[in-house]
Design a protein around this ligand. Structure first.
Ligand code: ADP
Ligand code: MG
Length: 292
């Protein structure tokens, strides 16, 4: 590569908030054919809000929310923030929790006011030996709106559901269309439920999804596609995306995301806007053309 063309490209990128780590990242990005995108914080705003608390018969709405928020004060997950802020907005005051434990990709556990409380997804319920089939219809109604449903377990029984919504970034749908036109095959990877993922994906024109994935699975999905001969870029914002960003031919971090994600990336999008990927691809192609 001629250093001048690379410098021109990285300079132009930087002006537009697309930070390219080095020449290698740019050269590799020109050859990428599959782009994997994380959902939360990458396609969506990453600022989820509590939209519903659905107590099970015999349980009080405020009580279910209080127990959930009491636990989530110990978590740094965006979903936790949504629940804590949702409680605050509804004048529900959390209590102190003890024995707090975060279960990666599944939820949180602990004790609140002498009760065993857990909050999370179906995988967490399975770990606790609980069956959620009787709640499936209610949960699916929310998931079909693109909402994330979490189950609140109190002393070994499901006490209610909480639903959280994270709006799709206004720039996402157009950027996805452009990226498809640039020849990328696009795969959404998310720790979220398949149904929720499908609802979000269909609204922005993504037809390939990998849902219910654990953080280590994201890196494995990258590796599997590479083993099939693909050049893979991965875009994500979270701590849980860092291994996949590092594994990818090119990692793309949202500048609005976690520091560890940014450190693992070859390209950082300062504004966290997917149009930055469209721009990076144009710059990469221009550079490669100049070289030949
Ligand atoms: P994502 O790819 O969406 O960032 P995560 O792996 O962080 O996914 O989380 C996957 C799922 O695990 C969430 O959709 C949620 O159901 C559950 N979960 C994770 N952390 C929490 C938490 N602090 N509270 C409740 N549920 C959680
Ligand atoms: Mg994320």
């Amino acid at each position: 590569a001629t250093p001048v063309s690379i410098m021109t490209a990285t300079g132009r990128g930087a002006q537009a908030g697309v930070l390219i780590k080095n020449a290698e990242a740019l050269e590799r990005f020109a050859r990428v054919d599959i782009l994997i995108v994380d959902k939360t914080g990458t396609l969506t705003a990453g600022k989820p809000a509590l939209v519903a608390v659905l107590p099970e018969a015999g349980h009080d709405e405020a009580d279910v929310l209080r127990l959930a928020a009491s636990l989530e004060r110990g978590s740094e997950h965006p979903l936790a923030e949504a629940i804590v802020q949702g409680a605050e907005a509804r004048n529900v005051t959390p209590e102190d929790a003890t024995d707090f434990e975060a279960v990666t990709g599944k939820g949180v556990k602990g004790r609140v006011g002498g009760r065993d409380v857990a909050l999370g997804n179906v995988a967490l319920l399975a770990d606790l030996g609980l069956d959620s089939t009787q709640f499936t219809a209610t949960a699916n109604e929310r998931r079909d709106q693109g909402e994330t449903v979490m189950f609140v377990v109190v002393d070994g029984r499901i006490a209610g559901l909480v639903a959280v919504a994270d709006p799709i970034k206004p720039t996402t749908a157009d950027a996805i269309r452009e990226l498809h036109a640039q020849g990328f095959r696009i795969v959404m990877a998310t720790g979220d439920n398949e149904r929720t993922a499908r609802a979000v994906a269909s609204r922005i024109g993504i037809d390939e999804i990998r849902a219910d994935v654990l953080p280590e699975d994201k890196a494995r999905i990258v590796a599997e596609l590479q083993a099939e001969g693909h050049r893979v870029a991965m875009a994500g914002d979270g701590v849980n995306d860092a291994p996949a960003l590092a594994r990818a031919d090119v990692g793309i971090a949202m500048g609005t995301g976690a520091d560890v994600a940014i450190e693992s990336a070859g390209i950082t999008l300062v504004k966290g806007d997917l149009n930055g990927i469209v721009r990076a691809r144009r710059l990469a192609e221009m550079t490669m053309r100049n070289i030949r």
